[in-house]
Each structure stands twice: as C-alpha cells, then as structure tokens.
Design a protein around this ligand. Sequence first.
Ligand SMILES: [Zn+2]
Length: 283
Amino acid sequence: MWNADFFSRKVIGNYRLSVFVDWAIVALAFLSGLLHPSPQIFYDSMLRIFVVLVVPLFSFSFLIYRFSEKYGSRIQGERDKFPPIGREAFGSARAMFIVACMAAWPTGMYRIGLPTGLAWSLSEMGLSAWMVVLEMYLGIVAVDAMTYWKHRLLHTRLFFPFHKHHHSFRDPTPFAGFAVGPLETLLTFWPLLLICFPPAKHFAPLYFSAIIGFVFLNLYLHCGVTFSWLEKILPRVGLNSSAWHNVHHSDVNANFGEVSSIWDKVCKTSRADMNSKKQVASA
Ligand SMILES: [Zn+2]
C-alpha cells in the first residue's frame, strides 16, 4: 500500500514537473528572440510564421476531418461521442507557436541579410540535381530514425508525462496531428535551427515541399479513418499509414514510427511483434 501510494505520488510529482518544464520551454522559446541579432524582426517574423502555419493547418484539418468522416472507413468504429477538437486544436496551436519561434531564428537572419543555410538554386547548393535529391532522401531517412527513437524515449517512465497530452486522444482527428507537448515539439522540430548555420545547406524548394508533404501525411495519420487506395500506396513508398499509426493511439505501446514503419519492423515494436512478445511472456 505504502509502495503504491509512494509510486502514485511520484508519478503525479513527475507530471507536475513535466507541466512546469513544458511551459518553461514555451516561455524560453518566446524570450529567445531577445537574443536574436534583431529582436524586432524576430518577433515580426514569429507572428507572421505562426499565422502562416496555423491558418492553413486548421483549415486543412477541418476539410480533412469533414471529408474523412464522410467518405473514409472508421478504424475504431463509429464515434460514441464528439471528439475533443478544442483540446486537440489547443495542443497543435501551442506546438506551432514553438515551431514559429524556432523558425523565426533563421527567417529573421535571412530578412536582415545575414547568411543562412537556405539555398534557392542548385548553383548555391554547389551540387547536381541528383545529389540534391539524394541528400534530401538521406535527410528524410535520418529524420525518420530520429523521430522513432525520440518517440521510444518519450514512452519511458521518466519521459511519458511529456508525451501524455498526445495520448489523451485515443481516437484522434486531424486537429490532433501536431497536438504534442512543448518538450516533444522541441525534440521533433529542432533541426529547423540548423538553417541558421550557412554550411548546413538546405535546398529550399525540396525542403519546403518535404515539410508540406509531412504535414499532410501527419493529418492523414490522425484522421481516424482509412482510404483503401492510400493504405496501399503509402507503405509501398516506405511511408506510414493511418491504419498503422491509429494503433499507436488505441494500443499506446506499439507502432512508434512517425514517418515510416521501417524501424518498428527492425526493432520488433509493431503491434504483431508486441502481441507475440506478450504471448511468449504469459506462456
Ligand atoms: Zn506515443
């Protein structure tokens, strides 16, 4: 009894600490602009980026939500109550605020004429078209590995309080696509800051296309329905599908991949693998 009480107090204490750390990250991300070479341009950029992120994100979330509920096949059966869209949208807006703060660093530098890693032409990249495509592909493979291991870390007892918010949506809608806590936002989107460094060249046309593609993929992964043609195409091109990621929301401890399912297969953390591990353990 004492142990259980001690444990629950520890978990609650951990949760309170995570709430404090999370809101401290929001405040520090905002205040970091005071250290920018031009704080005024930083805050102007941050506000513009926030609007440019949130308005299309929520417009597409709404359209995809309505379209998917009408024409898709529900994965977890009919919803028995209205989804918590307000809470989902709050979580996504908070994450986009931190993303806007991070993106305002290189954007502000670019606007005041300082060198950044953003290149708009192949000559600026100093690479052939094929090399740029290969570099982008390797970048996506690296992001997939990074987000998989970040997600495994967030499922450890110590870090789960920082990830709990996203798992409060067991049957999500597209509005929950980016509804992750501030620490998780930082661990996912920190590569945006690499653009501040001129040697870390990013080919802007491909880079922004990949980001837009990732946003749409993520909205589909959280819409709670499947479209058979997408479920066939996405795994064939190495990407995650809605059926695959929805399992992570309903079962929590399986299917951790955020871009592809490759790492789940390599590390045997798919639902099928986790089920057979449970069977072996209970035999
Ligand atoms: Zn998770």
